[in-house]
Design a protein around this ligand. Structure first.
Ligand code: TRP
Ligand code: ZN
Length: 857
């Protein structure tokens, strides 16, 4: 299954060459048989420029049955992953017949089967598992597709419009699809199966009627309505905010159970992980509902930023992904809470992207060298990429940014282009010089911005001294200063706003002066995380309390609470290391008490503040971490706040808990978690909320509070939950995740037992991520156990997945390769595990790339 390559080669951006041939048209015909599907591909091939090179096509795990040029059988040369054809012709018709085995395709790339239905996943390089082709995004073809299958496969779907269908002999039928828009092979899709169908329609601004279809597994129709409503919202929003209208007469979404990622933007036929489609209040949480809205939006927005204008090569992935994440974030913020959405996006950068950038897989948002492309669908390319787009939006303003988008589409509609083309359109449309700004595309690493300030009382001048520095790693060129939009609010000590502006911070060291300031200043720095950098400024507790209560930006209030909490944790880490007892300043407790009692604060925001920074957030703040002391100090600070504020928490919980909106449910759940962690434990309250819950948000809130509090009722509640939900895989994922997070030494045995549970399957990526991915990524205390048992457990899992699904294996290995800040003993244990993986005889390219980079570090 996986490629056995001893030393897989890397590809470089610097080596990009235009394709030697183009394929403007492709006819594909499928005869679907589970273990022996026949694919006939008929390409019109055109030589690109004057040269005598052979035609070299990509292909993986294919059995070639026939090859002909203009109807004449032709000799071909097969090399690993390639097919070579020598010809003098400048234009010809190439017909290739191949046989593939969707049934046994456990990689979930190319054509495979999910619960009895056929489906495809071609991004990034999966099309080459369907037929030999120029499988690269700068080869754009018009597709004609014919699908034949037994009539039991009721729906036969592909991209574009259905142009023909009918009966065949022996209980078979067929359908033909035509996509009028030329597209790269990674956007091809096919689905064949019997599903339930939810239909609706959308009338576009220009008055065209678009048919909308959502296909789900039988029996799940009632769970498809939120996805449909989200799609209609997304279509209206893209017209309104970006002036972009849908371009085909039909838009289809198919939800499948077996899927490596979240969803895929195939032209006119999106394929989704069921996790991002199916929801009702009984089985899905408020967060699930938001996740669906955001991913439905994301894939829909790709229709323009991805499909109509695509990437020239895979190094340009952020062209479509960074931009589309920015667009989906804006969508969620316009239809929901802007500050809460911003906080979620900031957390992804600070917890995950900073870690990636400090680890062995660090890369710029436009990578320069890649072994396995699947390894570069990263938080750097997607989420830091979105931050880079957001900075341009900040620098240009909404109007300048929209002018840039218009020019981008005017220039590049129907083309495969580069990140540079995008920035150039932004620059030309706005007149803003983005020369220095472009360094964000080529420099990896997280810039460190240090701030000092001084106040000249007599002159009424406040001075800010900013320095920036991006760490340079071995082998990297020296890092140059970046163009950083630095958003700033100055407040007085009573919390009144003195000034609000965005500084253009472009030099390694730069000073800014503010005159007419006659009172001591509290600075709110890098407001709303105006650039993806680490900020270093010595805030006093008083300043943070002012910001927490009064900063104009709600995100800045949350940031202040994170800093306040973090300072308390690090202070206690230091005390533990000096064998001193732990302490917590009453002013800090009062700061959080203020949030618990506050009337003015939005409930969803209060919930975010009361969740308090996770261990991984804290780990990202330092370059070396004493893990045991950190875990101990964090528990101490949370428990101290929970215990000191118990009365207020209880009172607030009791008023809140009957208010019926998502923000209040989130606030209520955060309070319940504090109650579970406090001195009393409040078992009765946990049980009451769990057993009387009218929706999943409340039930899961109680259950997860019981897990976090290691409450006596925990196992009884878990058992009751299983009883009720054991037939619903997506809900069982929540149950698996919760248990993977239990902080107790026997969690490894529990994980082993759960792998035997009837609802678990190593072949399903959602199950694997829920149970095993969660353990490695979220259960810091047990995964990083000092005896190394957590590492060894995950290594065995990764070995299994290496051969069945290398993509998933390479994703869940992440916590095992980011070991740079751990102590020497843990690093040594991890290295031994990685050595074992490296010694595997059939190590996939995906794992090879990550393991070798980690071991070199
Ligand atoms: N383009 C998809 C998205 O961001 C990502 C994706 C879906 C993907 N499936 C994949 C990427 C498989 C790599 C491999 O919406
Ligand atoms: Zn995407």
């Amino acid at each position: 299954m996986s490629q056995n390559v001893n030393q897989p080669a890397s590809k470089r951006l610097a080596d990009y060459r235009a394709p030697a041939f183009l394929i403007p048209e492709l006819s594909l015909s499928f005869r679907l048989v589970p273990t022996a599907t026949i694919v006939t591909a008929c390409s019109r091939v055109v030589r690109n420029g004057a040269h005598n090179e052979p035609l070299v096509l990509d292909g993986e795990d294919l059995e070639l049955l026939e090859a002909s040029i203009n109807g004449q059988s032709v000799a071909v040369q097969q090399q690993p992953g390639k097919l070579l054809l020598e010809t003098d012709l400048d234009e010809f018709e190439l017909t290739l017949v191949t046989r593939i085995n969707p049934q046994d395709n456990s990689t979930l790339e190319g054509l495979y089967m999910s619960d009895g239905a056929y489906c495809t996943q071609c991004e990034a390089e999966g099309f080459r598992r369907i037929t030999y082709f120029l499988d690269r995004p700068d080869v754009l073809a018009k597709y004609n597709v014919r699908i034949e299958a037994p009539v039991a496969f009721k729906y036969l779907l592909s991209n574009g419009n259905k142009v023909d269908s009918g009966e065949l002999e022996d209980g078979w039928h067929y359908a033909c699809w035509q996509d009028p828009f030329p597209k790269p092979s990674y956007l091809f899709a096919l689905v064949a199966g019997d599903m339930d169908l939810l239909e609706d329609s959308f009338c576009t601004v220009s008055g065209r009627n678009v048919k909308l279809q959502v296909f789900v597994d039988k029996g799940n129709l009632h769970k498809a309505h939120h996805a449909m409503a989200s799609l209609k919202k997304a279509m209206a929003w893209d017209e309104h905010r970006f002036g972009l209208e849908y371009d085909l007469d039909i838009y289809m979404i198919v939800a499948v159970d077996f899927f490596n990622m979240g969803a895929m933007e195939n032209k006119g036929l999106n394929i989704f992980n069921t996790k991002y489609v199916l929801a009702d209040e009984q089985s899905a949480t408020d967060d699930d509902f938001h996740g669906i809205e955001s991913v439905i939006g994301h894939e829909y927005f790709h229709n323009w930023t991805g499909d109509r204008v695509t990437c020239r090569d895979w190094f340009q992935l952020s062209l479509k992904e960074g931009l589309t994440v920015f667009r989906d974030q804006e969508f969620s913020s316009d239809v929901g809470s802007r500050p809460v959405n911003r906080i979620h996006a900031i957390k992804v950068i600070k917890n995950q992207q900073f870690a990636e950038d400090a680890g062995p897989m660090s890369h710029p948002i436009r990578p320069e060298e890649v072994i396995e492309m699947n390894n570069f669908y990263t938080v750097t390319v997607y989420n830091k990429g979105a931050e880079v787009i957001r900075m341009m939006h900040t620098l240009l303003g909404e109007e300048g940014f929209q002018a840039g988008m218009k020019l981008y589409f005017a220039r590049h509609d129907g083309q495969a282009v580069t990140c540079d083309d995008f920035v150039q359109a932004m620059q030309d449309a706005s007149g803003k010089d983005l020369t220095q700004f472009r360094r964000w595309y080529s420099q990896a690493g997280t810039p460190q911005v240090s701030v000092t300030d001084s106040f000249d009382t007599d002159a009424g001048i406040y001075r800010l001294q900013l320095t920036q520095n991006t760490p340079q790693r071995p082998g990297e060129p020296a890092k140059l200063p970046l163009h950083i939009p630095f958003s700033l609010e100055l407040l007085d000590c009573q919390g009144n706003t003195l000034l609000n502006e965005v500084l253009d911070f472009t030099e390694a060291e730069q000073a800014f002066e503010f005159t007419g300031i006659h009172t001591p200043v509290v600075p709110s720095l890098l407001q709303d995380f105006s650039a993806p950098v680490r900020l270093d400024y010595q805030f006093t507790v008083e300043q943070l309390l002012v910001l927490m209560a009064h900063a104009s930006s709600e995100v800045a209030r949350w940031e202040a609470s994170v800093t306040l909490f973090s300072q308390a944790v690090w202070k206690n880490v230091a005390r533990l290391q000096q064998q001193q007892g732990m302490v917590l300043d009453n002013r800090i407790i009062d700061g959080f008490r203020g949030v618990i009692l506050s009337d003015g604060l939005d409930h969803a925001l209060a919930a975010e503040i009361l969740k308090m920074p996770s261990v991984s957030t804290l780990m990202e703040q330092v370059s070396e971490v004493a893990l045991d002391a950190l875990l101990c100090a964090r528990d101490y600070v949370v428990d101290s706040i929970a215990t000191a504020c118990e009365e207020e928490v209880l009172a607030r919980y009791q008023v809140l808990h009957n208010i019926d909106d998502a923000g209040s449910r989130a606030f209520g759940n955060a309070l319940l978690t504090l109650l579970a962690r406090g001195a009393d434990g409040h078992e009765a309250l946990l049980e009451r909320q769990f057993y009387h819950a009218t929706n999943m948000t409340e039930a899961l809130g109680a259950l997860s509070a019981a897990v976090e509090g290691n409450s006596d009722c925990r196992d009884a509640l878990l058992a009751a939950f299983e009883q009720r939900w054991n037939k619903v895989p997506l809900v069982m994922d929540k149950w698996f995740s919760l248990q993977a997070n239990i902080n107790a030494p026997d969690v490894l045995q529990r994980l082993q037992q759960l792998q035997q549970h009837p609802a678990f399957s190593m072949g399903n990526p959602n199950r694997v991520r829920a149970l095993l991915g969660t353990f490695a990524a979220a259960n810091v205390a047990q995964f990083h156990r000092a005896d190394g048992a957590g590492y060894r457990f995950m290594t065995e899992i990764i070995k299994q997945l290496n051969s069945s699904n290398p993509q998933v294996a390479a994703r869940i290995i992440t916590p095992l390769i980011q070991f740079g800040k751990l102590d020497a003993q843990r690093q040594q244990q991890i290295r031994q595990c990685l050595q074992q993986l490296l010694a595997l005889p059939d190590l996939s390219r995906d794992l090879y790339e990550k393991v070798t980079k980690a071991l070199q570090a």
